[in-house]
Design a protein around this ligand. Structure first.
Ligand SMILES: [Mn+2]
Length: 307
């Protein structure tokens, strides 16, 4: 049995830290709740983890569709939030990296609730330090490979460029699915392709099953370590309006299930679900979707038995 043990972390809320609290909800693993005081467009996702937790009460023990029984197979714990520095983004990344270094050192596979997509960068620093450069299944409307914004190297549009800079990705084992929308440059995917990433635009996903695509992705990933980073804006805003940078004509929830279920059998070493921004969807449906996608990720982790 793979051990996913509870790990004491401090608990950060927008209203101030309560050191030492470990949330008691049953199944979610970790929230890196990145609060960005200085970058207004990405402020809203800081409330994502708590709303995903709230909606996760509707998620049950077994996956009736796939037969996966994660709670009969793994020790699953919500280990609370990573404490971040509200006034310093680089220091927040440092704190996230240090927290995840402890988590991966204790043989946990972290599933992270976001939060701003920036968090994937320090998480992958810790994950790659343990496992070496990782393959990446990245679902998103955007490639998140920008270089800078207003001169800043760290924000939610740059995490995967920073990961490439630091050698954290096995670039021939990177796939980006659902990419679309208007861009700042005439060929926005050039950087990704130059690195060896496979870019799958949303147009290539429209009105079709993604089961064949995932067969190719499993071949691409091979036996090496794989990280899944799922930006909720990869889905169409009709299904997931609660996000800061929506793009029309995106993936459907059924396609999201096909992508995640298609990762079964891979050597998954971590996952995240990011960019849920509750203020844009007070109904909670986006967060409910996020909670279910995290459950699907839990169901495809190595060691999960089927009924
Ligand atoms: Mn993103």
């Amino acid at each position: 049995m793979q051990l996913l043990s509870a790990f004491p972390l401090t608990w950060a809320r927008p209203t101030g830290p309560e050191p030492g609290r470990i949330a008691a909800s049953a199944w979610l693993l970790l929230a890196a709740q990145l609060c960005l005081q200085l970058s207004l467009p990405v402020l809203p996702p800081r409330f994502g983890p708590q709303q995903i937790r709230a909606e996760s009460v509707m998620v049950r023990r077994y996956n009736a569709s796939t037969g996966a029984a994660p709670f009969d197979s793994l020790l699953v714990a919500d280990v609370g939030d990573v404490n971040v520095n509200l006034y310093n983004l680089p220091d927040s990344c440092c704190r996230i990296r240090q927290s995840y270094q402890k988590i991966v050192a204790s043989a946990c596979v972290p599933l992270t609730l976001g939060g701003d997509h920036t968090i994937t960068y320090p998480i992958l620093q810790a994950v790659a330090e343990k496992h070496g450069p990782v393959g990446l299944v990245h679902v998103d409307a955007h490639t998140d490979t920008g270089d800078t914004a207003l001169g800043e190297k760290i924000y939610h549009g740059t995490p995967f460029r920073r990961c490439v800079d630091e050698g954290l990705l096995d670039c021939s084992r990177v796939v980006q699915i659902g990419i679309r929308g208007s861009s700042y440059t005439p060929d926005p995917y050039k950087y990704c392709r130059d690195q060896g990433f496979r870019v799958v635009p949303a147009e290539d996903c429209w009105m079709k099953s993604l089961v064949p695509l995932m067969g190719e992705v499993r071949q691409q990933m091979g036996d090496g370590p794989v990280y899944i980073s799922f930006d909720i804006d990869g889905l169409d805003p009709a299904y997931a309006p609660g996000t800061g940078t929506p793009e029309i004509a995106g993936l459907t929830p059924a396609q999201a299930f096909e992508i995640i279920r298609g990762c079964k059998g891979l050597n998954i070493v971590g996952c995240d679900l990011v960019e849920v921004a509750p203020i844009y969807d007070v109904s909670g449906n986006t967060a409910l979707l996020g909670a279910n996608l995290l459950f699907e990720m839990l169901c495809v982790l190595p060691g999960v038995k089927t009924m």
